[in-house]
Write a protein that binds this ligand. Structure first.
Ligand SMILES: NC(=O)c1ccc[n+]([C@@H]2O[C@H](COP(=O)([O-])OP(=O)(O)OC[C@H]3O[C@@H](n4cnc5c(N)ncnc54)[C@H](OP(=O)(O)O)[C@@H]3O)[C@@H](O)[C@H]2O)c1
Length: 347
């Protein structure tokens, strides 16, 4: 098995499967049973060829964890370059006071936590339209790129109207990290068109819906409680998709395809997102040894026309989630917004 790569810009290549780090943050809460040492899990991914890793300033403890991983990787016999993507997500309540010094402080903190001289890629998000500063903060971030502290400026969860505001400010994000899965096709509209007209590419998270789109949940009854924050979040997406039975019907079809290909359902989930236009890579969480290798089997097969048609039947039937990318989540009073945490960027 070879993990495919994608050249996002001349000389900057990432693995098309990215190991995500939110699940390692202290705010996420993991099911402890069978959990492996996090640095061992990251190292196993890199050895497979999953050399790109996603984290954030707001994933408590994860930049430091990645720093430990980078040091161990540098002292090992492996010489494959590693790419670390982090984020710049100023707190909701801090937005009125974000200035150039604030942006510089957060970026310097990420550099120190990771123990690197330059950040490979920083994904920007601004919570509040009513607070001025969205464009200015992006420009200050871009100035840090020009100074050499950041290699590439990118964004997360931005729709096309907000990307146009960045165009006006002269900032061109290299990637946009958004939720994209068989359960959530919101990026398939305007954002995909935007990719076809610009250098920007999609990095998709949620391909496994926090683990729901894996064999683990096949033929399982609807749960009453959830072991971690991902499951709470993606359960709401399942509701938008049409509910538990619609989700189980999709899983059965995915399992059937997976059986014929000799892979796990998770690989089918990832293959589907990788095949969507505009998608450079899928970001997948993995907290246990073996998971990423099973997910990377997505690179071992192609869908037949019948496979695609069988999957399309389910997704075309789904009533939602609808609207633009992150539209449901931006509504702080709605079910998706109410479960989010807005002030995680504390020291
Ligand atoms: N920009 C944003 O707003 C945003 C939001 C969410 C996530 N992200 C990024 O995307 C990354 C991935 O998060 P996600 O929400 O997309 O998670 P995901 O990849 O949909 O799900 C990850 C979870 O699925 C389970 N899993 C993985 N492989 C499996 C396998 N082969 N068999 C069974 N279960 C498997 C694991 O659960 P267990 O740990 O329980 O084993 C894992 O923690 C995050 O770490 C983060 O970097 C970004």
């Amino acid at each position: 098995m070879t993990v495919d790569r994608y050249e996002l810009s001349p000389g900057y290549s990432i693995s098309r499967l990215i190991h995500g780090g939110w699940q390692f943050s202290s705010g996420h809460r993991l099911t402890q049973s069978g959990l492996n040492d996090a640095v061992d899990v990251l190292e196993a991914s890199a050895e497979l060829g999953v050399t790109t890793f996603d984290c954030a300033d707001i994933y408590t403890g994860v930049e430091e964890l990645y720093g430990r991983f980078l040091r161990r990787w540098a002292s090992s016999s492996n010489d494959a370059p590693i790419q670390i993507h982090t984020k710049f997500v100023p707190d909701w309540s801090d937005l009125p006071k974000v200035d150039r010094a604030y942006v510089t402080r957060i970026i310097d903190r990420s550099l120190a936590r990771l123990g690197v001289e330059r950040l490979d890629l920083v994904q920007y998000y601004w919570w509040r339209d009513e607070v001025p500063g969205f464009e200015e903060a992006a420009v200050w971030l871009d100035d840090l790129r020009k100074q050499g502290k950041i290699r590439h400026v990118a964004v997360t969860n931005l729709d096309v109207p907000r990307l146009r505001r960045l165009d006006q400010a002269g900032v061109s994000p290299l990637t946009n990290q958004v939720q994209y899965s068989l359960l959530d096709r919101r990026p398939a509209g305007a954002l995909t068109t935007r990719c076809s007209e610009s250098v920007m590419r999609i990095l998709g998270f949620g391909a496994l819906a926090g683990g729901f789109l894996t064999d683990r949940w096949l033929r399982q009854p609807e749960p009453e409680g959830y072991a971690n924050r991902s499951l709470v979040k993606y359960r709401l997406i399942i509701d938008e998709f049409g509910g538990w039975q619609a989700f189980q019907n999709l899983l059965e079809t995915m399992r059937d395809i997976a059986s014929r290909r000799g892979v796990e359902t998770s690989a089918v989930a990832i293959r589907w997102v990788l095949d969507q236009p505009g998608v450079a890579a899928v970001i997948s969480g993995g907290t246990r040894l073996g998971q990423m290798a099973r997910n990377a089997a997505a690179f071992d097969f192609e869908f037949s026309d019948e496979d695609r048609e069988a999957l399309r039947t389910h997704v075309d039937r789904a009533p939602g989630p609808s609207g633009d990318v992150f539209e449901l989540e931006r509504d702080r009073d709605g079910p998706h917004g109410r479960i989010m945490k807005y002030d995680l960027n504390r020291d």
